[in-house]
Design a protein. Structure first.
Length: 512
């Protein structure tokens, strides 16, 4: 069993833990009415990582800590800014399976072993508001670190940490930070105790993508594309624990990340060798399809549920709402198992390793060293040309199944075009952003149309099941008609939206 909490904190260098005369009076800063001494506690933590420090390399930590108010196993995962998520499990002798699974996208299945032991004597002060509410906690730690790797080296230092209580305004951190800075107390150079311990006892954390040994020419097409690839790989790795825990929108975001990464690898084959990237794209397609079952069911559930809720009560015949819930429960359960089976499969592990290799040893081609302008424009316009062909084909067809299929293919081409503009927004600027925005509008119209196609198919199946059970199918037919009307509306809206995205001056602007 695990629980999690969001931590928002900042770390500072501290002159001493024994004599704290250097610490300024913080009462009155950011709504702090008083600072209450909470005494001291002794903490003993063993940090686990792979031999090549894959967790630390991805800004995550796993520790077994005794002492203090929250002893147990802690997996810390990075969030934005000053925040991290800490997932906790009860104290045990071995790493809990749940935490091992949540760390899998970073460890890629490599064995976890003790790498550092950190013991701290912590003095705690609590910041209290005028109404007696705890606003934050300031701790001053006297730290002793010991490498459990081959070096066996030791280090010691003092540091200070200010951590917000839940629901406290983050502006408090800025107020405290300003006062501390005015009194000569600066931010810590290391992001965590583990990072500093590794730096001082084991040579530091492995270098990340921005520090890769292979030089990429600054301002080159290769630099722009690799930055985009690295961001998407990093996002996929970060989203894995959220998908496993079934957090809101996690499956959708991970599936979209797969698509974005696939598109960049496809569109910029002049920069990255397709002999290396085509196999990665194929595996990303597989993963996206496995995630798609759960995401598509989520979209259907929300769409059809909203349709039923919007109907007047006298038009909801029989047990329509109950049947929808039963139908959704069965499909959602199967789709969820499909997602988890994919993330627990050897095939997924192999994909993670391929992505790591792509980041560490990118297969650059000759055009990677060129200026991004012409290289990226050519790639974008190639995708745009495919979109234009598919749109022309779809719009020439009469309404019906064949046109529905053609519009879906156009939607996929619109996504690829839009995603191709994303790595180019820094170098190409406004033209790339404008094209991406307008193609997104096309994609949204086509997406609503495709959602209607899928919804109509689901409604027909639900209506058949309801009829077989002797239930009235009037409500399902009514909803089917609404979805058909929505599709017809989208098809009428599409031509002017496409015309805006296909203006020739936009292509000329990109080609300058």
């Amino acid at each position: 069993m695990t629980e999690s909490k969001r931590e928002t904190e900042r770390k500072y260098e501290a002159p001493s833990a024994d004599d704290t005369a250097w610490l300024p009076d913080l009462a009155g800063m950011g709504g702090i009415a008083s600072v209450v001494d909470q005494g001291t506690e002794d903490l003993d933590a063993v940090y686990y990582d792979t031999d090549d420090l894959r967790l630390a390399g991805r800004s995550a930590t796993l520790r077994r800590r005794t002492g203090g108010r929250d002893e147990g196993w802690h997996l810390k995962l990075p969030l934005s800014g000053d925040s991290r998520e800490e997932v906790r499990a009860p104290l045990s002798e071995t790493i809990p399976d749940t935490l091992r699974e949540l760390a899998l996208s970073r460890t890629r299945g490599a064995e976890l072993r003790p790498v550092v032991r950190i013991r701290s004597t912590r003095g705690v002060r609590q910041f209290v508001g005028s109404d007696g509410t705890a606003l934050a906690e300031l701790s001053i730690d006297s730290v002793r670190a010991e490498s459990l790797l081959a070096t066996g080296m030791r280090a010691a230092w003092t540091e200070m940490e200010v951590e917000l209580a839940p629901d406290t305004d983050p502006a408090l951190l800025d107020a405290v930070d300003k006062t501390l800075g005015e009194n000569g107390i600066g931010r810590a150079h290391s992001s965590s105790k583990l990072a500093r311990a590794l730096e001082e006892t084991a040579g530091g954390v492995p270098r990340g993508p921005d520090e890769r040994a292979e030089a990429v020419a600054p301002g080159s097409a290769g630099e722009e594309v690799l930055r985009s690839v690295d961001e998407r790989i990093h996002a996929l790795v970060d989203l894995d624990p959220a998908v496993r825990r079934d957090l809101p929108d996690a499956v959708h975001r991970m599936r979209t990340t797969c698509r974005r990464l696939r598109s960049v690898l496809r569109s910029y084959r002049s920069v990255l060798d397709r002999e290396a990237t085509d196999a990665v794209r194929e595996e990303l397609k597989w993963l996206g399809n496995e995630l798609g079952a759960e995401r598509d069911q989520e979209v259907l559930r929300e769409r059809l549920g909203a349709r039923i809720q919007a109907l007047p009560r006298e038009l909801v015949f029989g047990a329509a709402s109950a049947r929808l819930r039963v139908w959704d429960a069965g499909h959602t359960s199967k789709a969820r198992l499909r997602t988890l089976d994919a993330l627990d499969s050897p095939r997924y592990l192999a994909l993670l390793n391929r992505l790591a290799t792509l980041t560490e040893r990118p297969p650059l081609r000759g055009k990677a060293a060129r200026r991004p302008g012409k290289v990226m424009v050519k790639a974008i316009l190639k995708e745009y040309g495919r979109l234009a062909d598919r749109m022309a084909h779809a719009l020439d067809l009469p309404p019906g199944t064949e046109r529905d299929t053609a519009l879906h293919e156009a939607r996929k081409a619109a996504k690829k075009t839009r995603y191709a503009t994303e790595p180019a927004r820094d170098s190409l600027g406004k033209p790339a952003r404008r094209l991406g925005k307008r193609v997104k509008a096309v994609q949204q119209v086509l997406g609503d149309h495709q959602d209607s196609v899928v919804a109509r198919d689901a409604l027909r199946k639900v209506a058949v099941a309801a009829h077989a059970a002797g239930e009235p199918s009037f409500t399902w037919g009514l909803l089917y008609g609404q979805e058909q009307a929505a599709a017809d509306r989208g098809e009428r809206e599409l031509p002017p939206v496409w015309a805006e995205a296909s203006r020739h001056r936009l292509r000329k602007a990109l080609n300058r």
